[in-house]
Design a binder for this molecule. Structure first.
Ligand code: FES
Length: 150
């Protein structure tokens, strides 16, 4: 079986200065940064484990926990908050049966919150992967999720 981590390290020629890019590529390949992958990066690139983990935990975009196929981000920035962003988040937690930061059992969704996505006029806003859903209401949550269900 092909080992994506080794292939990614090779792609960057074992260049230690490319550690962030290597971690980004691993995450986009595996959807998160498994500990086994971080350990492999440390060993193969001869970088102390502590340094690899420090980098992996420094950036919020990296996740050390298994994530769903689709990432659901609910905006809780001021403009979305005053328009009911919290209620949308509650509704998503109920529908997906996970708390914020959690991943559904079927690994289809990870639910998270963000502070402002730069489209405040359309708040409250939910982003799933690269799709934005503005003027979100509790009534629209289920049909929005259905677009990402197999
Ligand atoms: S506050 Fe939600 S997009 Fe700006």
């Amino acid at each position: 079986m092909k080992d994506p981590v080794t292939a990614i390290i090779r792609k960057y020629d074992n260049d230690r200065s490319q550690l962030v890019s290597i971690l980004q590529d691993i995450q986009s390949e595996l959807n998160y940064l498994p500990r086994t992958a971080l350990d492999k990066v440390s060993k193969k690139m001869n970088i102390p484990q502590s340094q690899v983990y420090a980098m992996a935990t420094f950036f919020r975009a990296f996740s050390l926990n298994e994530r769903g196929k689709h990432i659901v981000n609910v905006c809780l920035g001021t403009a979305c908050h005053v328009r009911g962003g919290e209620l949308i988040l509650d509704s998503l937690e109920r529908q997906l049966k996970v708390k914020t930061g959690g991943t559904t059992k079927d690994l289809n969704f990870t639910l998270d919150s963000v502070n402002c996505m730069g489209c405040c006029a359309t708040g409250p806003v939910v982003k799933i992967d690269d799709d934005y859903f503005g003027h979100m209401t509790n009534d629209k949550v289920e049909s929005m999720l259905n677009k990402f269900r197999e």
